[in-house]
Design a protein around this ligand. Structure first.
Ligand SMILES: N[C@@H](CCC(=O)N[C@@H](CS)C(=O)NCC(=O)O)C(=O)O
Length: 378
């Protein structure tokens, strides 16, 4: 399909009642500017001459564990709102798959899953928030890439969701492949891998598009439904979460192409390995708990001691792993108590029986044919 050959009046109307490809007057969407995430992050947009990497070096000099303990609160960077992953619930309490990581770390370190200050960040602001020390940890569907590690100097402590970038389009558009998108307007969040992958995909397929840059998922949703862009592209999990919040999710399709690898996981600043270890092994505790059959239901019972030595080492009835981390013996048991093991956290927040409806897929345990794998508690 060549979008340039379809005049605005010929385009079908979808959810918001506006014509496809119509720009919302005065919105950022009339600016067809392509942001390059690393340029934004490194060109000192936020802090004069200090780069994100420079900020990371400054902020990492202090012991984050001591800071968190002294403050009595974990500052955790999350998204501005993506239901299922991180969003305030009906009572205003932050909940979700990523939020659980923040709460699990707070439970492990401070003994209180509510001792968390949730700091909403956008695709653009998240790295500055972490580098400057505003947050101790970022748990916000962030893709592990070489430049974010090596150049921005962040340590990805693991992967909590293996994802890939997809496209969502109104059903009324009648398209069945992203390769039919020549000339389409595409809503993309700035400061993300999304915009870089999008450029690569269209270039590789020798087709063109007009980017409609947006900053938050709420804005993406609104612009897409208003017809400011023909399609919305982001991580497939984000598309599922976004679509689930629509009034008529069935009016929108996810196209079959997954155009990138998006290993999403929590990250900390380089330079504070002790803190990185705590976050890493907190995630690993949730994953190992699934593998070893530790659940919310049997946690208390198993914590008293079992005949499985690894269960005992995780739950603290044997060995001194908590001490090695600068914590106490029950650190992992408290982390698991927050939302259960990895499977429970997945199923409660984003699984097949939730409106988000994600299957485990690549995120099944390695023993079930997936990629989720924890090194041993040994
Ligand atoms: N994984 C990609 C994209 C992450 C991203 O920002 N995704 C959007 C769309 S799902 C999001 O989380 N938005 C939440 C928000 O705006 O607060 C990256 O790390 O660059």
């Amino acid at each position: 399909m060549n979008w340039h050959t379809i005049g605005p009046t010929e385009r079908v109307t979808h959810a918001g009642g506006m014509k496809m490809g119509t720009n919302v007057p005065g919105s950022r969407c009339s600016t067809q500017r392509m942001y390059q995430e690393e340029v934004i992050m490194n060109k000192s947009v936020f802090f004069g001459a200090l780069t994100v990497a420079g900020l990371a070096a400054v902020a990492a000099s202090a012991g984050t564990l001591d800071d968190v303990k002294a403050r009595g609160k974990l500052n955790c960077g999350v998204s501005t709102g993506l239901v299922g992953f991180a969003a305030p619930d009906a009572s205003g309490r932050w909940a979700g798959f990523d939020v659980t990581i923040c709460r699990a770390v707070a439970a492990a370190v401070l003994g209180d899953q509510d001792a968390v200050e949730f700091v909403p960040t956008t695709g653009k602001t998240r790295f500055t928030a972490l580098a400057s020390g505003e947050v101790d940890l970022l748990a916000r569907n962030t893709t592990w890439t070489l430049s974010r590690d090596v150049d921005l100097k962040f340590t990805f402590i693991g992967v909590n969701y293996y994802d890939g970038q997809g496209f969502m389009a109104p059903k009324a558009l009648g398209i069945s492949s992203a390769k039919e998108l020549d000339g389409a307007t595409v809503c993309i969040q700035t400061g993300t891998t999304t915009e870089l992958n999008l450029a690569d995909f269209f270039r590789a397929n020798n087709i063109s598009y007009e980017p409609v840059p947006i900053e938050t998922n709420a804005e993406a949703q609104q612009q897409y439904l208003a017809g400011a862009c023909d399609v919305f592209t982001t991580d497939a999990s984000g598309l599922a979460a976004t679509r689930a919040a629509f009034e008529s999710p069935g009016d929108h399709v996810l196209l079959p192409e997954i155009i990138s690898k998006e290993p999403l996981g929590p990250l900390v600043r380089h330079g504070d390995n002790e803190w990185g270890d705590i976050v890493r092994w907190t995630l690993n505790a949730l994953i190992s708990a699934e593998e070893l059959g530790i659940t919310s239901a049997n946690l208390a019972e198993l914590s008293a001691g079992t005949n499985n030595p690894e269960v005992n080492r995780i739950l603290g009835s044997e060995g001194n792993m908590g001490e090695m981390l600068g914590l106490d013996a029950a650190w992992a048991a408290r982390a698991i108590a927050v939302g259960g093991n990895y499977a429970e956290v997945f199923e409660t927040n984003i699984g097949e029986n939730t409106p988000i409806g994600l299957s485990r897929g690549l995120n099944a345990l390695w023993t079930d044919g997936g990629l989720i794998y924890s090194p041993p508690f040994r």
